[in-house]
Design a protein around this ligand. Structure first.
Ligand code: ACO
Length: 367
């Protein structure tokens, strides 16, 4: 059975920075309050032209470059997101088209902030089963579009961004070692985005009912998160036959520094074993773990051979953790330039549309 190795990584963050001081001009809050209660200093905000798909494509191109893999070699694309471009088509399909990943299946996965862990596990399982050889997992969000900038309980927390991993199968042991996934729908009302679904469709009732924004019971989510972060990490370690002493890094969902500190206490680990960058990005939901990973790799913290645990929680309620042995890029010949595939992908997309149009005309004539 092949092992699923993480061989490429990339991130994308919108340029615009929104500081705590900026927010304190919108609602009654302060930089000190936000920093002390959350650890967040600033977050990135998407421009109108930034979409969940475009941020996802930017991160994916970087990840493919690191992996030295052509988009056409991908067998699967999973986009974990809570803020897709559309209800359908899936954002993963938009990414597939823009990358020119012509041989990949593509779908979105919704598990709120735990989505990236879930998606990584699904992709790794598909590789381990032998059904595909490589996959792209994207976590991408434009949460700022759904933040109520008048609600100080939520608007201080969230930011936009994307991260992507390439996974490849290899007979060499390592890569994803174990994963656990959990859910508890009885807590679904603690963290919701009602708009766009069948209960509060955008056309009918979301704005009339004031349900177009992220809603959260912060205290309850906080309590839940502090309970599950350490236990899920421990479960993933047990499943991989590891102990906390065997791992070099824990990469947690970047929601609140106090939640990460509680996890550290639960696991009896010092904070310097946790990758933290929420001060600069806030909570980017499915993108938070890959963005933290990419920055840590770029700083040279995580090295090939290191054992790590990624752990997350989110709306649903959902939570999960994944243990991995870090591989790094698999040495390969040639120099792949995924940006060229993007340009070719645009042309291919136009040609395909034209062919579909002609096919439609011919088909109509036959009827
Ligand atoms: N500025 C100033 N005061 C504030 C602010 C603010 N931005 N927000 C709340 N307060 C006030 C409250 O009104 C309250 O005042 P009161 O005592 O007079 O009623 C006081 O501060 C304390 O409020 P708490 O809610 O107890 O503050 P807490 O320490 O719990 O921090 C926070 C709130 C930051 C939201 C915290 O509960 C939290 O981080 N919860 C988890 C949220 C989370 O991680 N969500 C994402 C999940 S992942 C996903 O799926 C997207």
């Amino acid at each position: 059975m092949p092992y699923a190795h993480i061989t490429g990584w990339g991130m994308a963050a919108p340029e615009a920075v929104l500081t705590n001081d900026d927010i304190s001009k919108m609602v009654e809050t302060s930089d000190t309050w936000i920093r002390e209660r959350t650890g967040i200093r600033e977050r990135r905000i998407a421009r109108d032209s930034d979409l969940t798909s475009t941020l996802g494509v930017e991160a994916s191109i970087k990840a493919l470059k690191v992996a030295n893999l052509r988009p056409t070699e991908l067998g699967l694309i999973i986009c974990a997101t809570s803020t897709p471009d559309y209800m359908f088509p899936a954002t993963a399909c938009l990414i597939q088209d823009q990358l020119g990943a012509t041989k990949a299946g593509a779908f979105d996965l919704m598990a709120a902030c735990s989505g990236f862990i879930y998606a990584l596990n699904m992709a790794a399982q598909a590789i381990r089963s032998g059904s595909i050889k490589s996959a792209l997992v994207v976590g991408s969000e434009t949460l700022s579009r759904y933040v109520n900038w008048k609600d100080r309980n939520t608007c201080i927390l969230f930011g936009d961004g994307a991260g992507a991993f390439v996974l490849q199968g290899s007979e060499k042991p390592g890569g994803v070692l174990s994963a656990v996934m959990h859910s508890d729908g009885s807590g679904g009302d603690l963290l919701t985005l009602p708009v766009g679904g069948s209960r509060y469709s955008a056309t009918r009732s979301a704005s009339q009912n004031g349900r177009q924004y992220i809603e959260m019971d912060g205290k309850e989510v906080f309590r839940f998160a502090t309970r599950v972060m350490a236990s899920a990490t421990q479960e993933a370690l047990d499943a991989a036959g590891l102990t906390v002493d065997d791992i070099q890094w824990i990469v947690p969902h970047q929601a609140n520094i106090r939640i990460i500190e509680a996890a550290a206490r639960g696991l009896k680990l010092p904070m310097d074993r946790f990758v933290v960058n929420l001060d600069r990005y806030g909570n980017t939901s499915t993108a938070s773990i890959p963005i933290a990973m990419v920055e840590s790799l770029e700083k040279g913290q995580i090295k090939p051979g290191d054992k790590i645990v990624m752990v997350g929680f989110g709306g649903g309620l959902t939570w999960g953790a994944l243990a991995a042995e870090w591989t790094g890029p698999i040495p390969s010949k040639g120099h792949v330039r995924p940006e060229q595939y993007r340009a070719l992908g645009r042309v291919r997309s136009i040609v395909r549309r034209a062919l579909r149009f002609i096919e439609g005309l011919l088909y109509r004539r036959e009827l």
